[in-house]
Design a protein around this ligand. Structure first.
Ligand code: ADP
Ligand code: ADP
Ligand code: MG
Length: 503
């Protein structure tokens, strides 16, 4: 039985898991680093342990220490996503030392963590896979041969990939050498493993994924699909359920294949099978994420299921609390990932202290966040600071609710991607529901975002005045003889007005 839960994570996901623990009356244990000492998850948990050696130590990747804390406190470990969540050695060491790991078996994590291995397993289980190499390629020579066999365009991908890193699209043979070198070095840096394999690049693909849930007695159900095709640098930024693109027949086929494959491999806990789907609704297995996913709230909003609760129940040996027929899917949900990034400046990281935070409230809105006014967003961790989710009776109403919530959401002190989301939610291609993973690069006008941002005349005037003042100050500093206020206020105002018009 699980009597306590340690979350080996930080930020919104630690809060998400703790909240379900509180619902279940399970006491909680937080771990934190020195820079996170005033983070919300530390305050929320019943117990909290610092895992930093010293003030400069920002790492959450401390398997030994975390296991020791779990043993001492008598807690099971939920890994969240990222960090140790897909580290098979860690899951195995939990199993061996009698600490309950709230996730699938170490064996499954290990096999799915190697992408070529996952592809083999799924192919054997009857799932169509993206055409490509069965094994990693030995070097650039073999890469050239295999890419020619598969046919351009191809995608070079890291065997140990994750978070959209270590992959390169190659359109012609001339670009292969350089792309291969870049993929390899990025893979080595990000994953400590530079092995690369090759997949056919699916043109204008939709990223569609199936949420599954299994127990230790061979029961597996699906919780329908999510569309995650709004991506930047191969990373999701907006997700929704149901997919507005998938046809009912395709959906039924996909869900059935996913459940059958998971039964065959004896999968338990929550997991996700990711697929690429082309414009003709052909779908191909991409990878399996053996953990709770960032975008799980959209599924929870439409099915009413608490995925974290069920992960805890399954880990403690309970059978799944429902059968497939008992899952009722209602309406539509959307999630916007809110990043501490400046969308007007090529999504540059924007760390700093949150000065003001006004969170959206009211009907059909869900906010998963660990931000508060006074909290400092650090450069040391993932820039995602919150997830805003909306529900509606249909897609249109989910979108209207999201727009309303985004407009209420105020974060000052740092830049966030809130204005970016508002723009996407007005884009005709997004509204049509037929968008693919090339959306941000091809259908979304970033210049437009900049212009729109500055179209408020008062804001433009203030911005222009500030800029003018800065320029005057700089000029005064450069030229010692030029007086700073050498012109009349009237002229000064006129200049600012002109600058504002051009802003
Ligand atoms: P999801 O489908 O849950 O969104 P992502 O691939 O976006 O999955 O990863 C979830 C989180 O974990 C992100 O914050 C991402 O940056 C991080 N992450 C996942 N895998 C890795 C990895 N191998 N290395 C570094 N970060 C990763
Ligand atoms: P990660 O482990 O980093 O999440 P994935 O294999 O899940 O890597 O791919 C992430 C994203 O990269 C996909 O959602 C898709 O946008 C793009 N991608 C990956 N492989 C292909 C492919 N073969 N064809 C087209 N796009 C791809
Ligand atoms: Mg993926």
């Amino acid at each position: 039985m699980i009597k306590k839960v340690l979350v080996a994570n930080r930020g919104e996901i630690a809060m998400r898991i703790f909240r379900t623990c509180r619902v279940m009356n399970i006491p909680t244990v937080a771990i934190y680093t020195h820079v996170d000492r005033s983070a919300l998850h530390v305050r929320y948990a019943e117990e909290a342990y610092c895992i930093s050696k010293d003030e400069t130590d920002t790492s959450y990747l401390k398997p030994d220490l975390i296991l020791e804390i779990a043993r001492k406190t008598g807690a099971a470990i939920h890994p969240g996503y990222g960090f140790l969540s897909e580290n098979a050695d860690f899951a195995r060491r939990c199993e061996e030392s009698g600490v309950v790991f709230i996730g699938p078996s170490a064996d499954i994590i290990a096999r799915m963590g190697v992408k070529t291995e996952a592809r083999k397993i799924m192919e054997e289980a009857g799932v169509p896979i993206v055409p490509g190499t069965k094994d990693p390629v030995s070097g650039v020579e073999e890469a050239r041969l295999r890419a020619a066999e598969i046919g351009y365009p191809v995608m070079l991908k890291a065997l140990a990939g994750g978070g959209g890193k270590g992959m390169r699209l190659v359109r012609t043979e001339a670009d292969l050498d350089a792309a291969f070198r870049m993929s390899r070095s990025e893979a080595a840096n990000s994953f400590g493993n530079d092995a690369i394999y090759i997949e056919k690049y699916i043109e204008n693909p939709h990223h569609i994924e199936v949420q599954v849930l299994g127990d230790k007695y061979g029961n597996v159900i699906h919780l329908y699909e999510r569309e995650c095709s709004i991506q930047r640098r191969n990373q999701k930024v907006i997700e929704e359920s149901p997919s507005p693109f998938v046809k009912p027949e395709t959906r039924q086929k996909m869900l059935k294949i996913a459940v059958e494959a998971c039964k065959k491999i004896g999968y338990y806990s929550a997991g996700t099978l990711e697929f690429m789907m082309d414009k003709d609704q052909n779908f191909y297995f991409l990878e399996m994420n053996t953990r709770l996913q960032v975008e799980h709230p959209v599924t929870e909003e439409c099915t009413g299921v608490d995925l974290v609760r069920d992960m805890i129940l399954v880990a403690s040996g309970s059978p799944l609390p429902y059968k497939q027929e008992e899952i009722e899917f209602r309406g539509a949900a959307i999630e916007c990932r809110i990043y501490a990034e400046d969308p007007e400046n090529n999504f540059m990281p924007s760390p700093g202290v949150i000065k003001v935070r006004e969170a959206p409230e009211g009907r059909n809105v869900r906010l998963d966040s660990a931000a508060y006014a006074g909290f400092e967003v650090s450069l040391h961790y993932d820039p995602m600071i919150a997830k805003l989710c909306s529900w509606g009776r249909n897609r249109e109403s989910a979108i209207s609710n999201m727009r309303r919530a985004l407009r209420e959401y105020k974060i000052l002190g740092i830049k966030t991607t809130i204005p970016f989301h508002l723009r996407v939610l007005q884009n005709p291609t997004f509204l049509s529901g037929n968008y693919d993973t090339t959306f941000i690069d091809t259908k979304f006008d970033r210049e437009e975002l900049k212009r729109r941002q500055n179209s408020d005349p008062t804001v433009a005037l203030i911005a222009a005045a500030l800029r003018h003042f800065e320029q005057e100050k700089e000029a005064a500093a450069r030229a010692t003889t030029v007086p700073l206020v050498g012109e009349s206020l009237w002229k000064y105002y006129g200049k600012i007005q002109m600058a504002a018009n051009n802003f």
